[in-house]
Ligand binder design. Structure first.
Ligand SMILES: [Fe+2]
Ligand SMILES: [Fe+2]
Length: 262
């Protein structure tokens, strides 16, 4: 496990603050963390799908991808609609390309695999929530992803490169938090979070490989800029408590967090 975590910790500019772990480990935080984790898995799949629709796929294949994700979104946003989730069936060979730009084949191959894995994680979290009687509820998003996306440059291919580096940071932080939280959780959650580390660890590297392949210049300065922003979001006070939130403000408690009404 340590060998998986070493490159992640070297990539991230800071560790998760103790105050976040302290709040997240409380029994009354567990349902909120699981609900937000479920949303994180969905968003990870949606972001990868968005990259494919925006940069690679033709219209028909974009719709095919949307249809593949639709039951998962419905589970979160219209939970009364669905009792059983399908297996995520998707393959590179059934998707056709609109563009053949630099790195587009690698982007397609890595993102299709990542989407399937994230949807599988979604299924796992969903089942765990069902077995614990935790209802699926949409939550308002934390400031984390939008704070990182504010760093994206406005011209291509640099905008895509920045989005890929941000994808790497989100994946790496998720891994680091699974590892930080796992020792404080019950046996089932502990085993589950540690099992997720394996595939999530590779996701962060997949994003970085793609960014290096697509960028016309060395990406290290962008890794530094986005890493500094990520560090600031993790280490500064945050009024919201979520899986990727910053340092909880003293008044925060999980009970004080209100689910989104929509
Ligand atoms: Fe995942
Ligand atoms: Fe992931």
């Amino acid at each position: 496990m340590e060998s998986l975590l070493l490159p992640i910790r070297q990539f991230l500019c800071c560790a998760t603050p103790g105050a976040w772990i302290e709040l997240a480990r409380q029994p009354q935080s567990q349902s909120l963390i699981l609900q937000d984790h479920l949303l994180c898995e969905l968003k990870a799949a949606q972001s990868a799908a968005w990259l494919l629709r925006r940069y690679v796929l033709d219209e028909r294949s974009s719709q095919r991808l949307q249809a593949c994700l639709a039951p998962y979104s419905a589970t979160v946003y219209q939970p009364q609609r669905l009792a059983q989730l399908p297996r995520p069936e998707l393959s590179v060979s059934e998707l056709s390309r609109r563009h053949g730009g630099v790195g587009s084949e690698a982007l397609l191959e890595k993102m299709v695999r990542l989407i399937k894995e994230e949807l599988h994680h979604f299924n796992q979290v969903h089942q765990l929530m069902q077995s614990r009687g935790i209802a699926v509820q949409p939550l308002s998003a934390s400031r984390y992803a939008s704070g990182l996306l504010a760093e994206v440059r406005t011209f291509e291919p640099q905008a895509l490169v920045d989005k890929l580096i941000i994808g790497a940071y989100i994946e790496a932080r998720s891994c680091e938090r699974f590892a930080a939280l796992a020792p404080h959780l019950d046996g089932e959650l502990q085993r589950f979070y540690l099992s997720l580390l394996r595939s999530e660890a590779r996701h962060f590297e997949d994003y970085l490989v793609l960014a290096r392949q697509i960028s016309p210049e060395i990406i290290d300065p962008r890794i530094e800029v986005i890493g500094a922003r990520e560090r600031q979001l993790i280490l500064s006070a945050d009024t919201q408590f979520r899986f990727h939130s910053g340092v909880p403000t003293p008044s925060r408690s999980p009970a004080a967090v209100t689910p989104q009404s929509s």
